[in-house]
Design a protein around this ligand. Structure first.
Ligand SMILES: Nc1ncnc2c1ncn2[C@@H]1O[C@H](COP(=O)(O)OP(=O)(O)OP(=O)(O)O)[C@@H](O)[C@H]1O
Ligand SMILES: Nc1nc2c(c(=O)[nH]1)N=C(CO)CN2
Length: 194
């Protein structure tokens, strides 16, 4: 099953921690099919904390969703994550955004991730690798969610002067490939039939 994960880090060696997380996900969850660029993003929710690096991965997993979550929580733990404040600073955070088109709710897992559509720090990297992926609850593509998203948080490609323009200018980002390396692999999930 193709799944999408959001990685976030705002403490310690952010780049190194993300790289280790990608490698461990590849070993324990499934093949990492596509990685987005790294994005430096303004802290969302609790704003008085350091900037985050965020990245989205597409992963082909044979695990069931809850099992995938258990694996990524173990990876968070191994990489030194300590839970302090809700939405607070952390060495690593791994959220499961989509598990194919599955809609799922349990005490430990909600799919799609319930805040995915409200966060530019999630939608922009997701749009880089899966602009046409369809949110199974809203039946909207990533680019459609991005153009509707009212979050104005700054999202900048890390180590790059490119600044992604905010919401109302983002639809032209549909030409994600004008701003990102040509031939960048893109994944599409089918739009579910009504
Ligand atoms: N799609 C999901 N991905 C990751 N965790 C989830 C998901 N749905 C529910 N959870 C649950 O959310 C709990 C809290 O997660 P976490 O501590 O990472 O929250 P947070 O990062 O502070 O906030 P947020 O979930 O808004 O990013 C986890 O223990 C997990 O069981
Ligand atoms: N920019 C940004 N802000 C956040 C992030 C994150 O990954 N990136 N994660 C949070 C925890 O849910 C809270 N706030």
């Amino acid at each position: 099953m193709i799944t999408f994960f959001l990685l976030g880090a705002n403490l310690g060696d952010r780049v190194g921690t993300l790289a280790r997380a990608v490698s461990l996900i590849g070993e324990r969850v499934g093949r990492v099919v596509v990685q987005s660029s790294l994005y430096e993003t303004a802290p969302w929710g609790v704003t008085d904390q350091p900037a985050f690096l965020n990245q989205v991965l597409a992963v082909d997993t044979a695990l069931e969703p809850e099992a995938a979550l258990v694996k990524t929580q173990a990876i968070e733990h191994e990489l030194g994550r300590v839970r302090h404040e809700h939405w607070g600073a952390r060495t690593i955070d791994i959220d499961l955004l989509y598990y194919g088109q599955l809609i799922w709710q349990s005490p430990t897992l909600t799919l799609p991730h319930p805040l995915l559509h409200q966060r530019r720090f999630t939608l922009v990297p997701l749009a880089e690798i899966a602009p046409d992926a369809v949110h199974p609850v809203f039946n909207r593509t990533t680019l459609e969610l991005l153009s509707d998203c009212v979050d104005m948080g700054t999202v900048t490609i890390f180590n790059s002067p490119i600044n992604i323009p905010h919401t109302e200018n983002v639809v032209p980002l549909c030409s994600v490939c004008y701003q990102f390396p040509k031939n960048h692999p893109r994944l599409c999930l089918p739009r579910s039939t009504p």
